[in-house]
Each structure stands twice: as structure tokens, then as C-alpha cells.
Design a protein around this ligand. Sequence first.
Ligand code: ADP
Ligand code: MG
Length: 731
Amino acid sequence: MLELKNVSKFYYNKGMVSSGFTKVSLKFNVGEFVAITGESGSGKSTLLNVISGLDSYEEGEMYIFGNETSHYTEKDYEIYRKKYIGNIFQNFNLVNSYTVYQNVELILLLNGMKKKEAKDKVIDILKKVDLFRYKNKKVSKLSGGQKQRVAIARALASDTPIILADEPTGNLDKKSSESVLKLLHEVSQDKLVIVVTHNYDQIEEYVTRKITMHDGRVLEDKKIKEYNKDIEIAKRQYSNIRPFNKLLLGIRNTFNIPIKFLLITFVYLFVVFALFFAYAAFSEADYDSDIFGYSYFFNNTSDKRIIIKKNDKTAFTDEDYEKINKLSNVDSIVKNDLLVDQYISVSLDNYYFYGNVYNSKELKKVDYGELPTNDNEIVITMAPYEYDRKSNIVGSKAIIDDLHNYTTKQDYEIIISGIVIIDDYDYKVYISDKIQNDIGNYVNKQNTSLNFKFYSISGESYLYGINNEIIPSSKVPSGRVVIPDWSYVCPKSRCKDKEFKLHVKTIYYEYDKYFTVSDTYSKKTFNRLTGYNYDTYNGAIFINDNDYNDLFNKGYYQSSVFVKNPKEARDTISELEALDIKTLYLPDVIFGEGETFVRIMKIVKVVVISVLIFVLFFIAYFIIRLILKSRNIYYSTIRILGASSKTTNDLLNIELLIMSHISYIIFIAFIVLINYKIIKSPLIYELSSYCKLSHYAIMYVVLMIMTLLIASRYSRKIFKNSAMNAYREEV
Ligand code: ADP
Ligand code: MG
């Protein structure tokens, strides 16, 4: 069944050629129990390795069941070993971190057996070699004789027709040697057994044939006794390892050496945290430079503000606002957006304050006085140095300038309920909803172009010469208008009860509204008809309060959304745009010193993060390689057992992927705990707020790519060598 014809094996070493053995011709059959002896260096091991398919040969031909093997590739040898060869080594070559059971099971799983099927077989064999009671013991805890029994059990388990043992008793005492050899003889009578030994006496009673080697050649080939020639070689079943068992072994390998597991997990943790810090630090810098700047058009350039309009150019409905409010990051909506960029001033007897309009609902506390409780209460801001002098203004009555001119109230009286101290000169005036509405009307009016058309002496004409001011008055009946009595244009007799057309135009809409002239005023009749003071309002046109409200409360075409977390503003913008809304994000329209800085920062960021990933990769690679060095022996062992390079590679991938996933999960759990303030770390809390979900996804992808690269680099290194060389290097 196995035949060597003039086979020679040479070693090439640094340009030198040396001979392992030369022109060996031998024929072996099942049933034989062959001993190979000879002094050290005579080529016994080399011969056995060539027969094992662990080493290739250079000359001659080796036949297995009549098939030539000289053309075999590494892959063919993998199959050859799986199909025909069971090896037993002097130093056992077991997986020390596995139990006895797992060592025997390993070869069955690698041969494609199901775990359940393997179980019966492993138990059966362990009983045969008298190791059943040690089945859950780690191999590293066994004696030498017991280890060799495990090795025999493993060689038997795969049912190969050939068992090759290279000095199996070389490391054993006399008593264990005897029992191991006896066992070997007992259990493998239906196989071809070749045992290399330099202690022939020990084995003499079992052998059927003795081969003596000298200086790489067969010196003597002597038949000792007859062997059983009628043995039928059982057809063996073998295939590739099942994916599930691959996963199982991968998991087993991950955890069975705790210190290795901890070290590698720690390295991955280091990598993912380094990535996180780099990412967060740069996002922070990027972000700060983004929100730094000025605008000509907007007073409120907060990074929380997104200006919105509808794509179809219609006014926002309550339904729209409801949808917007439902977005998770939306804090508040200022419906009348123009309000947000409105400065107002507040006059007291001796002082005046000004500031940007804000809703007092936004205030959580004041530094002096009280939060507003009534519609007519406001809060103002002050710089610290102003504070001492003006602390007596809390509770004082004041007037909002401008407004008292244009709203229904003669004096827009308010009360200052509190003061907020600021240090950034960003003065603010906090007002109630009610005041906000009044100011809103005023602001809208200012942004509306009006022109009036009516029938004068000369027919249809425009009303020029007045200040185009329109004022609400409770004295004017609804649908009516009171206009100036300028007798040369519009004497009362001609204009009364005539149609008066008001053309309203804003950037959003344009329409006509019709009134009837109810009266014309003169200096004398002014107060009676309008309720106002002639000197202040002369020349204006007066309409009813409600008409006025109708005119300027035409709905909101432009609003501002204020977000809770500005770092997620971009996501909110995408969500708004999905609602068919046009957005303008304030940090996008501001300008300032940020510009070049931002561009440089972005380049620096890409460069530094790339370099960092590169450096991290190599640090991680070298550390992990160092740690995995202890695993080299494992991988060369499973290759000797017939594992393909793909299987080996997959096992390594699984092992490293499990550890990198565990590290990533620990990292995420840590970030979550910090965000829920269960673990307190202000720095990481702050940094994590700059990282979005997508950033964590990128970190994950980088970590996994890194893991796969490390695994593939490492396994390329293991596979540079033949199985035997890899093994030799390690032992
Ligand atoms: P034995 O097992 O009988 O002691 P070996 O088969 O190990 O002998 O060695 C046979 C010859 O081949 C020796 O001369 C040895 O120096 C040489 N040899 C064995 N392994 C290698 C190797 N990996 N590289 C170079 N020469 C080797
Ligand atoms: Mg040897």
C-alpha cells in the first residue's frame, strides 16, 4: 500500500545542500509493525516526515495505494495526511490548553465530524487507552506517559491506516515506555505502524520487521515475524471541518488561555480608545471652529438655531409645527422667526437697556429678582460692572420703545422682574408670549410694503405724502379706515364711504385688502376719531385693532427651530428636509476668522487620524503577534493534524474577531455608563458628546478591518513555512 522507490531528501540551508536520506526503496503493508533504528543523524526522522507528508522529497517516487505523490502540492499533502496518516511524536505535540477530551475531539472535528458523533467515538477511544477518568483534565497537568496515551488516542481517533511514531518513548521512563508501546501494539493491529526508536529492545517483542538506517541509507531490512496479511482497510470518511465546529473551536481558543485573552482584549481596548480620543478631540476642534463667526443678517447666530421655510412657499400650519416638535432633537420653535433677530430697547426714567429678543420661558433662573410670572414682566441682562449701580431697577416700570408707538397700547408698559448677569456682551431681553406676539406684528409690519389706493378728486390715485404708516385703533369700526383730511386731495365730502384699497406685499405673499373710508381727520377731530395724540401720529392711516391683527398675522412663513444638542443639528436638518422644509443653519452662513483655520484643521485631522491608525495598526500588530507567538505551536499542531490553511486562517480570524468585538462592546458599554453618569468621567462625557452614531460605526469598522489585517498578516507568516518547518521552529 505504501512504497518508496529510490526516494531522496535534501535539505537546502543557506546555499548548502545536505542530505536527509538517499535512494531509499521500501514497501510497506497494513498489518506490519515496523521498527526503524539507527544512530542519531542517520535519517530516521527525515524518512518518517516524508512518509507523513510533512516534508517533501526531491528524488524518486513515493506511491500510496499505487498513486504517485511526487507532484503533490501543499494542499494535496493536507488531504493526504488527513486520509492516511496518524502521527505520534516524541514530545507529544498535544494542545496543552485543551483537556484530554478536547485533544482527541479536535482531530475528529477537523475531519468534518459532527460534535455529537465525535462524542461517542472520543469516549470509546479514551476508554480503550485507559484515560477516560482524565477526560476533563488539562493535558498540561498529565504525566509524560499519560500524554503519550492521549497522543495515541488522537492518532487512533481518525482511523487512518498508517500510524507513524517518532521515538514515542524518548521522553518517558522505562515503565511508562513499556505500557505505551504495549498499548500502541494492541490498538493498531489492523494498521501499518512504523516506530522510530533507538531502543530496539523495548519494542522487540511486537515488531514484524526491523529496518536499520545508516548515514541516510537503509543498511538492513529484516523480517522478524509473519504479519496478518488479510486485513481489510476500512474506507474512511473525512471531509472539511463544519462551519459550526469552526466557530466552536474559535470560541474555545479565545477563552482557553485567560492571560492571552486578557492581553489581546486589552490591546484592542487601547486601540479603540485611542481612536475615540483622536476622533472626539478633532470633532471638538472642528466644531468649535465651525460655530465661530459673525453674520450681517442675523443677530442670533446660535449653533442651536436652524431657520426653516416650507419648500412649497406656504405658511406653516399647526400640523407642520407638531411634526417638527416631534423630532427628538428639537427643543423649541420660534414661529415668528424675524423676532429672533430683533433688537428692542427698554426705557426707564434714567436708563435704557437693549438686547436681542428671547422668550422668558427659556430662562431657568435669574441672578437678581424673580422669574417673570405675568405677561407684562420682562427680564433684562447686564454686564457685571453695571450690576451694582442698577440693582434698584428690579420691580420698576419701563416702556418698550418702538412698540409703544405702534401697538394698540398708548404706552407699552412693562415691569422688569429680574436681571441676568452676562459676561459676553450678548445682551438679551426676555419677554412673554404676549409681548412676543405684539412685537411680532410690529416686525411683520416693518417687513411688509403697503400702498394705498383710493378715489380722489382726480379719480383713482395713490395716497402719497403720508408716512405710509398704518396704526391700529379701537375707535375705528371694523372694515373701515380713517385717513387724513387733506382737502386738496381728498375732501371729506368726496372720500367718505369710498373704497380704499390696501396692497400688501412681503417676500412671501402679496394681496389686496379693501376698506371703506369711514372718516377723514383734522387736527381738531384727531383724538376723537383715533384715540391718539395728533403730534405723534399725524399723517398715519388708522384701522380697527382686529383688522390690523388680520393684516399682519398672516401665519408664519419663516420660523426658527432651536435644537437641544447642536452637535446633532446636522441630523435634525436632514430630518427637517425630509419633511419638505428648506433649512438654513446659522453656523453655515456666518463668516469670520474660522475660514482658513477650519480648512487647515480638516487637513490636519485627516492626516493625523490616518497616521494614528497606521501607527496603532503596527503597535497592535506587533503586540498581538508577540502574544500570539505562544499560539504558533497550536497552529502548527493542527496543520500536522491535517487542518487546511483556510481552516487555520478562519480559526485565527474567529479568535481575533471575538476579542475585538468584546473590546468594542466593553468600550461602548463604558461610554453608555458614562453618558448615564453611572461612571463619572467629565472628560469622556464631554468628548463623547462630539461623537455621533456614525462615528462609533466608523471606529467599529476601523477596528474590524485592523483585526482582519492583523490576522491575515499573521497567518501569512505562519504559512510561509511548511507545516513541519513551522513545527520545528517552535519546538
Ligand atoms: P535521525 O532522526 O535519525 O536522528 P534526522 O532525520 O533528524 O536523523 O537527520 C538526518 C540528517 O538530516 C542529519 O544529517 C541532519 O543533520 C539533517 N537534517 C535533519 N533536519 C534538517 C533540517 N531541518 N535542515 C537541515 N538538515 C537537516
Ligand atoms: Mg530523529
